[in-house]
Design a protein around this ligand. Structure first.
Ligand SMILES: Nc1ncnc2c1ncn2[C@@H]1O[C@H](COP(=O)(O)OP(=O)(O)OP(=O)(O)O)[C@@H](O)[C@H]1O
Ligand SMILES: [Mg+2]
Length: 588
């Protein structure tokens, strides 16, 4: 991953190691591994049954023409050589196939669903900057398409490939027993088949990985169209927006056709090999019959087996190709399963201190704290040392890019720590599991996002409060909304002010000791603003509040103002002494 750029291009990795990726897939889905055994047994019964069917048909034909060797043997086995016994064998073969399908293929599809959960877990615990680097379309592509391809198709392909290999070996074995001469022909056939596979599998896999990557690009462009259509329409530039989408679609289709071409190329050579092999076996059978070393029935068995072998080579080429294609999807799924966690990526941890201080609601202090957004990108906050007293109300100001949001992200442990420490009441945030460290802070974002549902479900996600508690809280923030009012995705049916007040109500309920407010630069009316200030002074008097402020009015209500400049503290003091010094730019 490049550290210079903020977006990361997906690349198609080297295709070596596909077998180990597939083995890992088997290893990590134990039920699938267990199901491979009945699948293999099913394959053996099917293959042997099929050949027995052919042999018995030949024998039946032979008996009907008078010369019936071996009938006594069959009678001894109590297997009357008749049409009904043939039908019986056919039925066994059919049932075996059916059971194989139901048990192996559907069972293992269910079993591999667990991988999807692990993938979601991987993405859920990755550092948040990961989402800056990968556009959502690409992430969705992996979560939806790659994982689905792996879940649905990999077991089927694995089952098909194993059955095909087993059947191939059995048929080759039967040919070898029937005529050693014909068996000699099988060896070069196998050799050339393996040669074709060795060439085709990596090509197919690479084409498929590229196709997946390009499909991610299509999804990315599609979300661009959805998000950006209004702005592009305003500037009458819709063709440019759609142009980008169709370019991505074209690149995707190119890979789609490339895959078809590679497959056709493989099939062409497999067909040639089968034709050559079939002709050679025919010669071997002819010679065998001519010199009386082979009965006509065995000749039929060998020739049918040869045709079967030809079909099996075709089937195996097809299923191995698809299986290696699945290896490409598996590789992409495992990349997400293996994503490093936030804590692993956070960087150097501050040294452990002795004696934990249990006062979670104490002063908040930064000591020589330095952070960046990536391991090798410039430091944003540098050597920051500041102490914020318990229950104080602090306004944070500074020009755009000064580091205000970075400071908040640092509290939520979403950045890369270069040095220093952040403590609450003496307890280092970095000595706690990340979820616990975050649980100290409640946030009212600049542009709050509400979830689709009701006012109630947005206020009380875990159904912890009674309706009257919730209504009382809404009354405190002077929001006259019914608890049952439906909220659209993102909260688009509420105004910015209403969304902020709803967030404020959520903060009141949360009882978290620290409240961080990111004040909107515009869009909130003075009434909403004064409600918020009032709630801060009354209902949130017993919490420590950090407000990224853009209005002088807000600042006058604070106990203290900290001005950041280039990631360091430029001014710090009482509003009365700082406000007169602030320019408009510093309130950006
Ligand atoms: N996700 C990110 N990845 C890399 N660099 C970032 C990221 N977010 C911010 N930065 C950089 O960090 C610096 C400080 O940005 P920050 O967002 O903290 O400023 P701010 O004070 O919140 O500005 P604003 O008032 O415009 O919101 C900027 O130089 C910015 O380019
Ligand atoms: Mg900001």
């Amino acid at each position: 991953m490049s550290t210079e750029t903020f977006t990361t291009e997906e690349i198609a990795p080297d295709t070596s190691g596909s077998v180990s990726v597939l083995l890992r897939f088997l290893r990590e889905v134990p039920i699938l591994r267990a199901l491979t055994i009945p699948n293999a047994i099913g394959g053996i019964i099917t293959a042997a049954g099929y050949q027995a069917f052919v042999w018995m048909s030949g024998k039946l034909a032979e008996c009907q023409s008078g010369a019936c060797e071996g009938l006594e043997y069959l009678e001894k086995l109590r297997l009357p050589l008749s049409l009904s016994s043939l039908a019986g064998v056919a039925l066994v073969v059919f049932l075996c196939r059916l059971v194989q399908w139901v048990v192996f293929e559907s069972g293992s599809q269910l079993a591999s669903q667990g991988l999807f959960r692990r993938m979601i877990h991987g993405v859920g615990h990755v550092r948040t900057t990961f989402f800056d680097e990968y556009p959502s379309g690409k992430i969705i592509n992996r979560l939806a398409k790659d994982s689905d391809q792996l879940r649905v198709f990999a077991p089927i392909r694995l089952g098909d490939a194993t059955s095909a290999i087993i059947e191939l070996l059995i048929v080759a074995g039967i040919i070898a027993v029937a005529s050693p001469l014909a068996a000699l022909v099988v060896i070069p056939a196998f050799g050339s088949f393996l040669y074709i596979q060795r060439n085709i599998a990596p090509m197919l896999q690479r084409a498929m990985t590229l196709r997946s990557i390009r499909f991610g690009e299509v999804l990315h462009r599609e979300s661009d169209v959805i998000e950006g259509v209004r702005s592009f329409e305003l500037y009458s530039s819709l063709p440019a927006l759609f142009g980008r989408l169709s370019q991505a679609m074209y690149a995707y289709m190119q890979m789609h056709f490339l895959r078809g071409r590679i497959e056709a190329w493989g099939r062409f050579w497999a067909d040639i090999m089968v034709a050559v092999y079939g002709s050679l076996t025919l010669v071997a059978v002819y010679v065998g019959i001519h010199y009386g070393e082979l009965s006509a029935v065995f000749g039929v068995v060998i020739m049918t087996a040869t045709f079967r072998l030809g079909a099996l080579f075709g089937w195996l080429t097809w299923s191995l190709g698809l299986l290696f294609e699945s290896a490409g999807h598996a590789r992409r799924v495992f990349e997400y399963v293996d994503l490093p966690t936030e804590e692993t990526e956070e960087g150097i941890r501050p040294p452990k201190t002795l004696g934990l201080i249990t006062d979670n609601d104490g002063d908040l202090s930064f000591t020589n704290y330095t952070m960046s957004y990536r391991q090798n990108t410039p430091e944003i906050l540098q050597n920051l040392t500041v102490r914020i007293a318990r229950h104080s109300k602090v306004g944070l100001v500074g020009r755009t890019g000064a580091g205000k949001t970075s400071l908040v992200q640092s509290l939520f442990r979403m950045v890369y720590v270069r040095d220093g420490d952040i403590r609450i009441g003496g307890q280092s945030l970095f000595h706690l599991p990340v979820e616990e460290a975050r649980s100290f802070f409640a946030i009212i974002p600049q542009d709050p996002y509400l979830f689709e549902g009701t006012v109630r479900s947005n206020l009380d996600r875990y159904d912890e409060w009674s309706d009257s508690d919730l209504s009382d809280t809404l009354a405190k923030v002077q929001l006259s909304l019914q608890l049952s009012l439906e909220i659209k995705e993102g909260g688009t049916n509420l105004s910015l002010g209403q969304r902020q007040l709803l967030c404020l109500a959520r903060v009141l309920l949360s009882k978290r000791p620290f409240v961080i407010m990111d004040e909107p630069t515009s869009g909130v009316d003075t009434i909403t603003d004064s409600i918020m200030q009032n709630v801060l002074r009354t209902h949130l008097a017993d919490r420590t509040i950090l407000t990224i402020a853009h209005r002088l009015d807000t600042l006058t209500h604070m106990d203290r103002i900290i001005e950041l400049r280039d990631g360091a503290i430029a001014r710090d003091g009482h509003p009365a002494s700082i406000i007169p010094l602030l320019t408009e730019a510093e309130l950006a």
